[in-house]
Write a protein that binds this ligand. Structure first.
Ligand SMILES: [Fe+2]
Ligand SMILES: [Fe+2]
Length: 156
């Protein structure tokens, strides 16, 4: 493909899904290596801790970021906040709700309690993002209003 064709080529649904799956793996590896680094540092093995930290940074700052760029994950602040609300809402209304119920059904009370507690945190995240979205939209309306007023003022 020429460079122009490449730029116009829309990413296939399968590649988009694979990018999402790969990013989940990279995000998990980042978090996991951070925990491993903390453990190694607590045990006094700073050399091992540095390897975990350095690798974690590459998983996030290179692999995750490069794939997020391809997917155009980051948008305007309004789009990002809307995206975040959708993610938190899914966790509150579907994922952690179901996980807590299933853990309870299986008699894994500790796990069920943890899911429920996390679910409450996610509800606070959801609320915070909702408030942020309202602020952004209010600011935008004020800017649009000011622009209209100044355009009118120039009519005279
Ligand atoms: Fe990676
Ligand atoms: Fe959250």
């Amino acid at each position: 493909m020429t460079e122009k064709n490449l730029a116009e080529h829309a990413i296939s649904a399968r590649s988009r899904q694979n990018l999402m799956d790969a990013m989940r793996g990279e995000a998990f590896a980042f978090a996991k290596y951070k925990l491993f680094a903390r453990q190694a540092r607590n045990n006094g093995d700073c050399e091992l801790a540095d390897i975990f930290d350095k690798t974690a940074d590459q998983e996030y700052l290179e692999h995750f970021v490069e794939q997020a760029d391809l997917l155009q994950l980051v948008g305007t602040d309004e789009q990002d906040v809307t995206n975040a609300i959708a993610g938190e809402s899914f966790e509150v209304d579907t994922l952690y709700k179901r996980f807590a119920e299933e853990a309870h059904e299986d008699g894994d009370e500790q796990v069920a309690d943890r899911f429920e507690e996390i679910r409450r945190d996610e509800a606070f995240h959801q609320l915070a993002f909702h408030e942020a979205l309202i602020k952004i939209q209010t600011r935008q309306r004020a800017i649009r209003g000011a622009t209209r007023r100044s355009a009118k003022a120039h009519d005279f």
